[in-house]
Design a protein around this ligand. Structure first.
Ligand SMILES: Cc1cc2nc3c(=O)[nH]c(=O)nc-3n(C[C@H](O)[C@H](O)[C@H](O)COP(=O)(O)OP(=O)(O)OC[C@H]3O[C@@H](n4cnc5c(N)ncnc54)[C@H](O)[C@@H]3O)c2cc1C
Length: 406
């Protein structure tokens, strides 16, 4: 049966229709409204509850490999700072500290500082000795060194994402929450609230590969990655101001993962802590504006996200956090996050923009860094559509193998 056309306040037509109100959908809306277009966003849930509010809110510049990902992260940083000013979202510019805990982890930071950091202008400093001992009254002095990334931002996603939507509404973006888009076809959207006709349709449906454009998306060989996450309160009242990572993250992030020393580190983890490798665990700690910390994470790749969280995985992550931050922790929340991933075959990429028909494109992240690069990717995508130029494409950094993505 034909769905009814929008009545009353609902739009029967628009310049740009966007499916999904996660960070990608909202960033596309921001970019399109900036170009003077009428924008309508459709989101199936009453509030966005996808990857964009389940994450750490770490807007990582330092971890990105040189090339398009580093460029996108730098551009996204500027966009977030603009939104912080205009939309009032919290974006703390305190940066991140990545601690090396032994000689092997330290060697990766050394190699990064000697080679890639100066070559590509990463805004970082390696802290040792007195600098390290001076951090937080010596709390981290037991580590060998710390890479301080000055460009990394911290967002509190569960508040920032809805706040961005509220601000976009004040800029003229029309939102239809609680509205599933059932089909898109050459500018015609069939939704549970009626039909909308759009000059352009941008699908930002996260890790839902079944509802829209399923056939075309299958060719991308998409997967999902499920992650276990916790929010904890430090019982000693320790007031952490930076995002914290350890050397374990050097095997995950493209800025480091292909360095020779990082390969040695991966071998060490495999031999000494196989459970970390088995569950894809590396420690990330993000302080929230309220004094508690989001900690994680583990990585489990599959076609469908298994719903069962393993307590043993949470325990490993809690132990890592206690050892690194020297605080007694009380767990206040646990949840599972799921993001869009992809089989890591040569030539695969961290994101994709796929043209479906003359009016429809799909923008997807295939790695866990959409919060870091999504805003700029959306702006490049919208600019390309409006200006009729080439769509953004993921390209492997020249110095990295194609498989080394986060
Ligand atoms: C636990 C976790 C931790 C992470 N940590 C970080 C981090 O610290 N830094 C970082 O950079 N990245 C991080 N990421 C990755 C990042 O969160 C994602 O890459 C990003 O949020 C993806 O945004 P999105 O808008 O594509 O997807 P989503 O946020 O999932 O949004 C997609 C939206 O589309 C809607 N939708 C789908 N289909 C339809 C339809 N047919 N009709 C209407 N609506 C529809 C969904 O309801 C959903 O709201 C993390 C992810 C997870 C899960």
């Amino acid at each position: 049966m034909e769905a009814p056309a929008f009545q009353g306040g609902l739009d029967a037509s628009t310049d740009v229709a966007i499916v999904g109100a996660g960070i990608l959908g909202l960033a596309h809306a921001a970019a399109a409204v900036k170009r003077g277009l009428r924008v309508t966003v459709f989101e199936r849930s009453e509030v966005a509850v996808g990857a964009s509010i389940r994450n750490f809110g770490q807007m990582l510049v330092t971890g990105q490999p040189p090339g398009i990902m580093l460029d996108l992260a730098r551009e996204s940083r500027a966009l977030y700072l603009g939104w912080a000013e205009r939309a009032g979202i919290s974006a703390r510019a305190n940066g991140a500290l990545l601690f090396s805990r032994d000689r092997t982890e330290d060697a990766v930071l050394e190699e990064f500082m000697d080679t890639r950091a100066p070559a590509f202008g990463y805004n970082v400093k390696l802290l040792r000795g007195a600098d390290l001992a001076g951090l937080y009254d010596g709390r981290f002095a037991m580590h060998r060194s710390a890479l301080q990334g000055f460009d990394d931002l911290q967002l509190y996603s569960r508040e920032a994402v809805p706040a961005l939507a509220v601000w976009l509404a004040t800029q003229g973006v029309r939102f239809h929450f609680g509205t599933l888009v059932r089909g898109v076809d050459h500018g015609r959207l069939d939704t549970t609230a009626g039909v909308c006709n759009a000059q352009r349709v941008i699908v930002c449906s996260g890790h839902d590969y079944q509802t829209l454009c399923a056939e075309q998306l299958r060719a991308l060989e998409p997967q999902v990655c499920r992650l276990q996450m916790l929010r904890v309160t430090p019982e000693d009242g320790f007031h952490l101001q930076h995002a914290v990572l350890t050397g374990l993250s050097c095997t995950h992030y493209g800025a480091f993962a292909d360095l020779q020393t990082a390969r040695a580190l991966a071998t060490q983890i495999e031999q000494q802590r196989p459970e970390l490798q088995r569950h894809g665990i590396h420690l990330l700690v993000s302080p929230t504006p309220y004094g508690d910390w989001i900690i994680g994470d583990s990585h489990d790749y599959s076609q469908d996200a298994r719903p069962f969280n393993a307590e043993s995985v949470d325990s490993i992550m809690l132990d890592l956090a206690r050892d690194t931050l020297r605080s007694k922790l009380r767990v206040v929340e646990r949840w599972q996050g799921v993001y869009g991933a992809k089989r890591h075959t040569p030539g695969s990429g961290a994101f994709s923009i796929t043209r479906i028909d003359d009016r429809t494109t799909v923008a997807l992240m295939h790695s866990g860094i959409g919060m870091s690069v999504g805003p700029a990717l959306a702006h490049r995508h919208v600019d390309a559509l409006v200006d009729g130029t080439a769509l953004p494409q993921w390209t492997a950094p020249a110095s990295l193998p194609a498989t080394a993505i986060a």
